[in-house]
Design a protein around this ligand. Structure first.
Ligand code: PEP
Length: 251
């Protein structure tokens, strides 16, 4: 049995005080259920706030990005031990906005993923195809290529805590979610790829999420699918009531 994950990627939204209000409202709605891993991924400045407020509540705090380096002259970067020091458990690696807007390439993503797994930060590796690739019938090839490039040189032991989020670019922030059938098909493709490369034990263990315009009213249709173990949610994770409703939808 894979424990489902509901991860809320706040992106560059919510100031410190807005984040404080959101988290207070979330906590007033109820506890984080034990049957779901509920993770909030705020901007870096809000990580200490969330780490403090969410301590002992069952909610976890994640980061949206991290450096592939340990420390030193890397202006503007945040390292794995800065995150761990604050109790961060998960980190998104290779979100499509990092890939497209900040030109993060497969080799940088591979280095970040390697750093995360070797230092005990659990990676949420994002993969997803463009509309162009989907229409050309190349979606699966694209996804397999991205997973392959990110995992180069890592072995089964390194990947025990790996989470992969299938996030088609055309579904992110568009209000146009993939159909649950297409999302399941892609998540199954990823699981089969992991099975071929690393064996069925790992393939059965890793959590594969769907992301892209997930809302409280469509989450259940994704969770019904065998190979979808939760969701990575952007817009709908910003409001406490929606985030809580999403968690309930994942249970
Ligand atoms: C995301 O950014 O990872 C995402 C899935 O965004 P949204 O839920 O807003 O489509």
């Amino acid at each position: 049995m894979r424990k489902p994950i509901l991860a809320g990627n706040w992106k560059m939204n919510l100031t410190y005080h807005q984040a404080e209000a959101m988290v207070e409202e979330l906590l007033s709605l109820g506890k984080a259920p034990e049957s779901v891993e509920s993770i909030l991924l705020p901007n870096f400045l809000c990580i200490p706030l969330l780490a403090d407020k969410l301590k002992g509540t069952g909610y976890q705090v994640g980061a949206q990005n991290m450096s592939s380096e340990d420390q030193g002259a890397f202006t503007g970067e945040i390292s794995w031990d800065m995150l761990k020091d604050l109790g961060v458990s998960y980190c998104i690696i290779g979100h499509s906005e990092r890939r497209t807007l900040y030109l993060e390439n497969n080799s940088q993503i591979e280095k970040k993923l390697r750093k995360a797994v070797k230092t005990g930060i659990k990676p949420i590796l994002c993969v997803g195809e463009s509309l162009e690739k989907r229409q050309a019938g190349e979606a699966k090839k694209r996804i397999e290529g991205q997973v392959h490039r990110a995992l180069v040189g890592l072995d089964r032991e390194d990947l025990q805590d790996l989470v992969i989020a299938y996030e088609p670019l055309w579904a992110i922030g568009s209000g146009q979610a993939a159909s649950p059938e297409d999302a399941e098909d892609m998540c199954l493709t990823i699981r089969q790829w992991i099975e071929k490369g690393y064996g069925s034990d790992l393939a059965e263990k890793i959590r594969i999420l769907y992301g892209g315009s997930v809302k409280p009213d469509n989450i259940a249709s994704f969770m019904e699918k065998e190979n979808i173990d939760g969701a990575l949610v952007g817009g709908a994770s910003l409001k406490a009531k929606d985030f809580y409703a999403l968690i309930e939808g994942v249970q």
